[in-house]
Structure formats: structure tokens, C-alpha cells
Design a protein around this ligand. Structure first.
Ligand SMILES: Nc1nc2c(c(=O)[nH]1)N(C=O)[C@@H](CNc1ccc(C(=O)N[C@@H](CCC(=O)O)C(=O)O)cc1)CN2
Ligand SMILES: Nc1nc2c(ncn2[C@@H]2O[C@H](COP(=O)(O)OP(=O)(O)OP(=O)(O)O)[C@@H](O)[C@H]2O)c(=O)[nH]1
Ligand SMILES: [Mg+2]
Length: 459
């Protein structure tokens, strides 16, 4: 769909709640004439036509020709421009059965609506000036946040955290630009010495570098990481897996080779969404099913961002552990040695461990905090994230910040080299252009296409 750059106001409709049985299912509509179109399908058409914005009416959805009832609903009315999209909008809160919602969608599509494209409601909100692009991106990030921390970071972005930081920088640079322009327009002897905008440039660099440096943690909290539990049979991988997911998910037994195939689940470790894998214990085997399980363990280990390598502390490091650890090191995947069964090991064990190893008991939970910290340090978020922090997680924003920073470097060296003002003005303009693209003041249809087509339908 490449119609994105121009705002369309034809009436659209979409189911906004997930597919599946639910107490309530919401159908969203927006666009010119949508309230009139919906009124024709409502049991109290005149009241709906007359309803004020931000009010709710109870009634029935029905086929205007046959009078056949579709559902008992609540209709929420939004009058332009006071709505999410900025256009007149109306929502039906229906009973949440997929079949019922599909039938109502069918009714709407027969009576003047078309199905909304993914992200089309938010696109309209953007084109109507209700959201800048950083907020529009945050809408989708909020929908897909996997942990509480990820959610609150996205909410800070939706509340304008990034926009405000970028805007403050932009204001300063616009002032600098004005200073440069004055010197371009008037000969020096008429206005005297005008200070060069070096302090504005330094402020901008510092701010943008600060934002840019949050990208790594932003990605981490939004995308999450893959962590694999590995080690010889019976080291306690499945026990630790169950402890971390706080559920009896993986079979634990004292038989070697209990876990035959890998198991995966999502957990939050200190707010980071983690896809955690329990794998089949590593040992030499002639048995074909176990062999396949161990091959898969290798695959999971190689594709992980971090391996927690469990060692049975009672048995100590065995030659096989050494060769497996070396293999993991060679594959370039970061690895933490986790010495398990601390509860039954020698009391002085912790003193004998390498400094980067962690000692735990998957049975008692001892050492779990230290393990969490080691994981955080390894995936690159040593100090955690503070409440209300503004972090970016969009590749698009990251690339544009880089462009702006490169432009600023150029401007700074122009100033140092005493370049003429017209060169300075051109280079400043490049920086302002990049900042304008971040917030969406300047944008191309391709960028919007790529961004909004990744949204859910109904968003
Ligand atoms: N039922 C429902 N719940 C929802 C949404 C929705 O669209 N529908 N939202 C969708 O994502 C979020 C809420 N976002 C919204 C943002 C602005 C307006 C709105 O009416 N804005 C007007 C009035 C503002 C005011 O008076 O406070 C405006 O901006 O002019 C509505 C929802 C989450 N929950
Ligand atoms: N004392 C003690 N026993 C543990 C601890 N963790 C695990 N075990 C025991 O060690 C045995 C093996 O545990 P599992 O969690 O099944 O080990 P695994 O690494 O998943 O083994 P495989 O699936 O065979 O590779 C079980 O009998 C557990 O109860 C621990 O911290 N302390
Ligand atoms: Mg196991």
C-alpha cells in the first residue's frame, strides 16, 4: 500500500481485540460519516446520531433490512477532532466471540466500511498531528511489550519522552541557524561580532549521544534475549529451568539423560524478556534419539545470546565439561559457569571457583540473585534501568540519530576551521533534517509504509 503519505478519511473498520474468545471484543471504526453509517445499523439510530463525543450508548446491532439482531453492544462515540485518529470515530464493545465479531464485521463491510489496513488508525492519528512518529512507534512497542519494564519504557516514549528530548535539541539548533543566517544576510560591519553557535552544538551532541547510547538497552528490553541452559547430564539444568520459570515445566530426575528434547519458555529476568531454553544433557551416546537431542542442544547453544553452563559442584569440573566449555568459547557465544548443588557441595566451594563463575543451588534457590546479576552484566545492562528513563529501541531512530551526530561533527569542524557561514548553514540544515525525520515532520511514503505495515490490524 503506497497511499500512505496522504491522509484518507474514508470509513474504515477493524476488530481491535485479539482473535479468540473473550469477555468483550471491540470493533473500531473511523472516518468521515462513520457515525451515520453505524447509526443505520443501531437499534436507537437517532440517539446515536445525536450523541455527543466521548459518550456511550447501549443498544443492539441489527440488519436494517431484515431487522435481524447481531449483538447487544455498547457504542462509544468520538467527535472530530477529539478522538484517537483525530477523525470522527465510533467503537462497538461486543460480546467477544470470534464468530460474532466476524459477523458484525461482515455487516459493517456491507454497509459502507472497508477493512482497515494494519496500523491504519495510528497512521491517521499521525497524519492528523495527534502523534509524532516517535509516539506512533511507541504505540506498537506498547502493544508488543513482553515485560512490565518494557511496557513502562514504551509508555514513557508514548508520553513524548523522545519527542521532547529531540525537540529541545532542535530548538537550540534552530537558534544557532538563526545566528548563522543573520551573518549571511548582513555584512559583518553592520551587526558586529556574533558569537558562533559552538555551545549549541556541544549541547546537541551531548543530548543526541546520550539518546543514541540507550539503543542497546532499548533493544534488549523490547526484543529480549535467548538464554540456553547447557551442561552434562544431571547437572541440574531442568531444576534451574523450573526455578527460573517458577513452574514445574521440565522433568527432573536423577536419571542421566532425562531431558531428551529442548524446551523453551518466556521469563522475565529483572525486566528483560528472556526466551529460556532447557536442553538435553551433553554426553557421548550411541542411542539415536538422545544423539538427536544433543545435536539440537548444540543448535540452541550456538544461536543463544548467552549460555548458562551448569556444572555439578559435587562432581567438579570433568574433562568433558572442559571440552564443551571450549567448544562454546570457540563458537563466540558468551557463557557463564554456574556451579550447581551448592547445598550438598563442600562449604568452601565458593572460594575455589573462578571469579566469573556463580554458585547456586537449584534445589534451595541459594545464589539466584547473584545469577541474575551475572546475567544482567553479561547481556549488557549492568545497572538496570531507572523508572521514567527515556530509551530508544527503534532502528530507524538509531540510524537517524547517527546521521544527525555525523552532521554535528561536520558542523563542529566547520566552526573550528572557520568555514564560511553558507557552508555552516548547509551542514546545520542536514542535522535539522535528520531530527525532523525522527519525529516525522519530514518523511517519505516508503518510511511510513515500512513502519505502519508492521502494526496489528485495528491499531
Ligand atoms: N476503547 C479503546 N481503548 C483504548 C484506545 C482506543 O482507541 N479505544 N486506545 C487507542 O490506542 C488507547 C487510548 N488512547 C486514546 C487516545 C486518545 C483518545 C481521544 O479521544 N483523544 C481526544 C480527547 C482527549 C481528551 O479529551 O482527553 C483528543 O486527542 O482530542 C482516545 C483514546 C488505549 N485504550
Ligand atoms: N542436592 C541438589 N540436587 C540437585 C540440585 N539441582 C538438581 N538436583 C538433582 O540433580 C538431579 C538431576 O537434576 P535435573 O534438573 O534433572 O538435571 P538435568 O541437568 O536437567 O539432567 P538431564 O536432563 O539428564 O541432562 C535430580 O535428582 C535433581 O533433584 C541442587 O541444587 N542440589
Ligand atoms: Mg534435564
Amino acid at each position: 500500500m503506497s497511499t500512505y503519505l496522504s491522509l484518507s478519511d474514508d470509513p474504515i473498520a477493524a476488530v481491535a481485540t485479539p482473535f479468540g474468545e473473550g469477555a468483550i471484543g471491540v470493533i473500531r471504526t473511523s472516518g468521515d460519516g462513520c457515525i451515520e453509517l453505524c447509526s443505520a445499523l443501531f437499534s436507537r439510530p437517532d440517539q446515536l446520531r445525536a450523541a455527543e463525543g466521548h459518550t456511550v450508548l447501549h443498544g443492539y446491532l441489527q440488519d436494517p433490512a431484515s431487522g435481524q439482531r447481531y449483538d447487544e453492544v455498547l457504542a462509544t462515540v468520538f467527535r472530530a477532532p477529539r478522538s484517537y485518529t483525530g477523525q470522527e470515530s465510533l467503537e462497538f464493545s461486543c460480546h467477544g466471540s470470534p464468530a460474532g465479531l466476524q459477523a458484525i464485521m461482515g455487516l459493517l463491510l456491507q454497509h459502507g466500511f472497508r477493512s482497515a489496513e494494519p496500523g491504519e488508525f495510528t497512521l491517521r492519528a499521525f497524519l492528523n498531528g495527534k502523534l509524532d512518529l516517535t509516539r506512533a512507534e511507541a504505540v506498537q512497542e506498547l502493544v508488543t511489550a513482553k515485560t512490565r519494564t518494557a511496557h513502562s519504557l514504551a509508555l514513557a516514549r508514548l508520553s513524548g519522552g523522545i519527542f521532547q528530548r529531540i525537540d529541545a535539541v532542535k530548538q537550540r539548533l534552530v537558534q544557532a541557524m538563526a545566528a548563522v543566517s543573520i551573518q549571511l544576510d548582513y555584512p559583518e560591519d553592520e551587526i558586529g561580532e556574533v558569537p558562533l553557535p559552538r555551545s549549541d552544538i556541544d549541547f546537541a551532541r551531548q543530548e543526541l549521544r546520550g539518546l543514541q547510547s540507550t539503543y542497546r538497552s532499548g533493544r534488549l528490553y523490547q526484543e529480549g534475549v535467548r538464554i540456553a541452559l547447557a551442561g552434562r547430564t544431571n547437572a541440574g539444568k531442568s531444576s534451574l529451568f523450573n526455578l527460573l520459570v517458577r513452574e514445574d515445566r521440565s522433568i527432573v530426575s536423577d536419571q542421566h539423560g532425562t531431558t531428551r528434547d529442548y524446551i523453551e519458555t518466556m521469563v522475565s529476568i529483572e525486566g528483560i524478556p528472556v526466551r529460556l531454553f532447557d536442553t538435553a544433557g551433553l554426553r557421548d551416546t550411541d542411542e539415536s534419539v538422545e544423539f538427536e537431542g544433543i545435536r539440537r542442544s548444540g543448535m540452541i547453544i550456538e544461536s543463544a545470546a548467552l549460555v548458562l553452563y551448569l556444572i555439578d559442584a559435587v562432581e567438579g569440573l570433568q574433562p568433558e565439561d572442559l571440552s564443551r566449555l571450549e567448544q562454546i568459547r570457540d563458537s563466540g557465544v558468551p557463557c557463564i559457569q554456574v556451579w550447581n548443588k551448592l547445598d550438598t557441595a563442600d562449604a568452601d566451594l565458593p572460594d575455589k571457583l573462578p571469579s566469573d563463575a556463580v554458585a547456586i543451588s537449584a534445589r534451595t534457590g541459594a545464589g539466584l540473585d547473584a545469577l541474575h546479576h551475572a546475567v544482567l552484566a553479561s547481556v549488557g545492562q549492568g545497572e538496570g534501568i531507572s523508572d521514567g528513563a527515556v530509551v530508544i529501541d527503534s532502528q530507524r531512530q538509531h540510524d537517524l540519530l547517527l546521521r544527525a551526530l555525523q552532521g554535528l561533527d561536520q558542523v563542529a569542524s566547520d566552526v573550528d576551521a572557520g568555514e564560511p557561514m553558507d557552508i555552516l548553514a548547509l551542514d546545520l540544515q542536514e542535522v535539522l533534517g535528520a531530527l525532523g525525520e525522527i519525529t516525522g515532520e519530514v518523511t517519505s511514503a516508503d518510511v511510513l509504509d515500512a513502519m505502519f505495515s508492521g502494526f496489528c490490524v485495528g491499531k
